[in-house]
Design a protein around this ligand. Structure first.
Ligand code: ATP
Length: 381
């Protein structure tokens, strides 16, 4: 019978199989390996957990001020072999005397890049339909100052630091924000305020701070805050700790906006479906003081949007004007769905071209979904 191989490195208890044909030497080796593993397991069981902290300030090579998760700060010793430390590093502390035992891998204790979407969009203005007025205004207040700041210096005016896009869902607000990022070759940094409020209890204000720091590092950049109302809603009472936390995050946002210059290479675009509940503080001069309404498209706008989304579709005798008349009160996103659904109706019938009938069926289907969504919202909010 073949004997079991005994490897010295990385032995594991599971792999140690007793074999009655082992000679004395081999058996000894096996037992030693097993003892080694058990000793290691025992050591791990006995060792106390280490405490995670952040270096606030390095005093000298032997001492540093650290801050624990609960906010308490201590002056502690740095153990030998910890390596180079700087403020912001995450470190592990020994439980009894809180000396720094080792550094964790991440340089910053809080890596904002994990929580935001960062991209360089390539959406052209041509992809936005029916919003000529809004595009003109965005170009004036965001694009021009980023592209030609010297013009504003010469004329002696200060452009807004940011804008607020408001209107019903799916009307192209995000699309325009991405298009302006593309046209100015800016980094697009997106954060959804409702997520920020729900997920980062206790960390919201820090996240906002890091967000602006990141935007400055990646400038020119556009910070896009979706569902701004979740963070910047008017609050009548800030009684609970959750509300106080949201308030703190909001205050940090205002402080960050106030802290940078109008002609810096960072712009903010806020976005909301609920302008009626916004705290006026965010709309004060010098903050997001340019409000741009993005309404549902009219008939002409719908036609433009349909043209954009059918651009690559194989249409056969489809009168898009007629389709645009039939889709009153549809948003841009819903018009896009109509086009996709029409394509599916063709595919289901094994056709490679799309007819007007496909569009009619698609409109019916999308309408039904909208009505179902509305009745769901009416019932469950
Ligand atoms: P929300 O308020 O829900 O965030 P939004 O206004 O930001 O919505 P978008 O995300 O820009 O809406 O739109 C969703 C999709 O719908 C877009 O990616 C695009 O495909 C299509 N769309 C919406 N509006 C337009 C438009 N005006 N022109 C072309 N496509 C549009």
């Amino acid at each position: 019978m073949k004997k079991e191989e005994v490897k010295d490195e990385k032995p594991s208890v599971d792999k140690i199989v007793y074999n009655f044909h082992l000679n004395e030497d081999e058996e000894k080796k096996l037992l030693e390996a097993k003892v080694k593993i058990l000793q290691e397991q025992l050591r791990l069981l006995k060792s106390p957990p280490l405490i995670l902290a952040e270096v606030k300030e390095k005093i000298n090579d032997e001492e540093a001020v650290v801050k624990l998760e609960n906010g308490n700060q201590f002056l502690v010793k740095i153990n030998l072999g910890v390596g180079k430390l700087e403020a912001g590093d995450s470190v592990f502390l020994e439980q009894k005397n809180l000396s720094i035992v080792r550094k964790t891998k991440s340089k910053k204790s809080f890596n904002v890049e994990q929580f935001v979407i960062i991209e360089k969009p390539d959406i052209s203005w041509k992809k936005v339909g029916g919003l000529d007025e809004q595009i003109k205004e965005i170009k004036e207040v965001i694009e021009l100052p980023l592209k030609k700041p010297e013009l504003f210096k010469r004329v002696g005016i200060q452009p807004p630091k940011g804008i607020l896009l408001y209107g019903p869902p799916g009307t192209g607000k995000t699309l325009m924000a991405k298009a302006v990022a593309a046209s100015t070759n800016s980094t697009f940094i997106e954060i959804v305020a409702s997520e920020l409020v729900q997920k980062f209890i206790g960390e919201g204000a820090k996240l906002v701070k890091e967000l602006f720091k990141l935007a400055r590092e990646k400038a020119p950049s556009i910070i896009f805050i979706d569902e701004l109302d979740a963070l910047a809603a008017r609050r009548i009472d800030v009684g609970t700790s959750g509300e106080r936390e949201v308030q703190r995050t909001f205050m940090q946002l205002l402080a960050e906006i106030d802290g940078f210059k109008p002609l810096s290479k960072v712009k903010i675009i806020g976005c909301t479906n609920r302008i009626d509940i916004l705290d006026p503080a965010i709309l004060r001069p010098g903050r997001l003081d340019r409000l741009i309404e993005v309404p549902l498209p009219n008939e002409e706008g719908r036609l433009e949007i349909l043209k954009i989304h059918t651009n690559k579709m194989n249409l056969k005798k489809v009168n898009l004007k007629k389709i645009s008349k039939m889709t009153k009160d549809f948003s841009g996103a819903e018009l896009k769905s109509v086009c996709t659904e029409a394509g599916y109706f063709a595919i289901r019938e094994n056709r490679e071209y799309i007819t007007e009938e496909d569009f009619k069926k698609a409109i019916k289907k999308v309408k039904k979904t909208i009505e179902e969504d509305e009745s769901y919202k009416a019932m469950f909010g």
